[in-house]
Design a protein around this ligand. Structure first.
Ligand code: GDP
Ligand code: CA
Length: 324
């Protein structure tokens, strides 16, 4: 069984942990070696202090590799912040980014390899040699794509700031007038991405941010079209009228999509989605051309997370079996 999962950070990583547990428990009737290929969002990537930081790739790698700060959901366990304090003492900007000492080692390796000419996909593979996440982790693209957010500058004009500045420094509280994937239109999928989609039995969309995580992956020319040819089942990151964690509502508002499980499925559309899992609270959600099912969608512990992954996989296999 070959499964492709486009993913952001926390929501993606937690879902993947559940999916791995399901496959390890022997859900594959064909008895083949199960293979998960993750297409990681790189729109959140940022260069700071000469380091290339890829928050979503690292969240997936650390979560599946056993290095994540569990309570926080991102960053390394047993982290310290001496480097950050020392940089601040020199007056180095920005000071709002939570750069941990252990985490910084990852970014130093990445920056060094990239300076030597390795593409991000090769660097990610090298980093995964240490973490052994048990999935094939591919960046969506080797090209530089960065999400920027257009906000009011306070003088009647507008300016674009990096997504991380908007998200972390401003806690997404500045109204986003527009969200732009800078470089996306000129990017191409990283090596192996389109092949993995073409060979996949099913594609599962974890409950990742529909705009700045899944939306960024879909923004790489060629990826959406390839996914539209696959059987795709998604899990809603929205329960009731709010995201389960984080500020995805601020992102949805920026693109004119209501914060709701049904609205997100309508935004993805029936060309992309074959099936959609919503929480019990959203039982009545319906989208023409999409098979909607409801179940508890809180990934609160390993069991509930695995149950969600299992339901997504089962629905995908069921829909794949139907003539379309
Ligand atoms: P990020 O890159 O770290 O922001 O992570 P993702 O984009 O992968 O996931 C963020 C999304 O995960 C948010 O919109 C949350 O609403 C969603 N999310 C987090 N925890 C849960 C959960 O337990 N259940 C569901 N359904 N969604 C969740
Ligand atoms: Ca992210």
């Amino acid at each position: 069984m070959r499964i492709v999962v486009p993913a952001g950070g926390i929501g993606g990583a937690r879902f993947l942990r559940g999916l791995k547990a399901v496959l390890e428990a022997g859900a594959d009737p064909a008895g083949e070696e199960p293979a998960i290929t993750v297409i990681g969002n790189t729109g959140d990537d940022i260069t700071l202090f000469g380091l290339r930081i890829c928050p979503d790739l690292d969240t997936v790698m650390y979560t599946l590799g056993g290095g994540i700060n569990e309570e926080q959901g991102w960053g390394r366990a047993d982290e310290s912040f001496t480097l950050k304090e020392e940089l601040a003492a020199y007056g180095m900007q920005p000071t709002w980014f939570g750069l941990g000492d252990r985490d910084a080692a990852t970014h130093i390796v990445r920056a060094q390899m990239m300076a030597a000419g390795y593409p991000l996909s090769a660097v990610t593979e090298a980093l995964c040699d240490r973490w052994r996440p048990g999935v094939r982790l591919l960046p969506m693209t080797d090209d530089r794509v960065e999400t920027h957010v257009v906000v009011d500058d306070g003088d009647g004009g507008r300016r674009a700031i990096h997504f991380q500045e908007w998200w972390i420094r401003h806690r997404a509280a500045l109204p986003a007038r527009e969200i732009i994937g800078v470089g996306a239109d000129r990017s191409s999928p990283a090596p192996g991405v389109l092949e993995a989609i073409a060979e996949a039995d099913v594609v599962l969309l974890p409950p990742s941010n529909p705009v700045v995580s899944i939306g960024s992956v879909l923004g790489v020319p060629g990826i959406r079209e390839a996914l539209e040819r696959s059987t795709v089942v998604g899990v809603s990151p929205i329960i009731g009228d709010a995201p389960v964690r984080g500020m995805a509502d601020a992102c949805l508002k920026a693109i004119g999509v209501e914060t709701g499980a049904q609205a997100v499925a309508e935004h993805y559309g029936p060309r992309l989605l074959d099936g959609w899992l919503v929480d019990k609270a959203d039982e009545g959600a319906a989208v023409e051309g999409v098979e909607v099912r409801s179940m508890p969608l809180y990934m609160s512990d390993p069991e509930s997370t695995a149950a969600i992954a299992r339901a997504a996989l089962d629905l995908a296999m069921e829909l794949k079996g139907r003539t379309r």
